[in-house]
Design a protein. Structure first.
Length: 97
């Protein structure tokens, strides 16, 4: 490194929560993915293959995304009642930060 130069800062990837529409760092959000097989899962690593959507780690954001069909629109899929139940139970497990 040459004298007088500072190390370059890496940019933090930003994503928009589909529940509250706030832009936040990717690491503060939870990814929900539609796999190529058509399954809808929570993706805690953020690296699963498939189409993804991001929500805050708050119960209200995931429930809002489900109620207003934002999740279906973002994932380009119609959620089955079983998938809705699975995501609603995951929302109940989330805290109200």
């Amino acid at each position: 490194m040459t004298p007088g130069k500072q190390p370059r800062q890496r940019k933090q990837p930003q994503r928009t929560c589909i529940g509250c529409r706030q832009v936040k760092p990717k690491r503060e959000l939870v990814r929900i993915v539609r796999t190529p097989a058509g399954e809808v899962l929570l993706d805690p690593t953020g690296k699963a293959a498939g189409r993804g959507a991001y929500v805050c780690k708050r119960k209200a954001c995931l429930l809002t995304a489900l109620e207003h069909n934002r999740l279906e629109h973002a994932l380009e899929i119609s959620l089955t009642p079983e998938q809705r139940t699975l995501l609603a139970s995951a929302a109940e497990a989330m805290g109200d930060e």
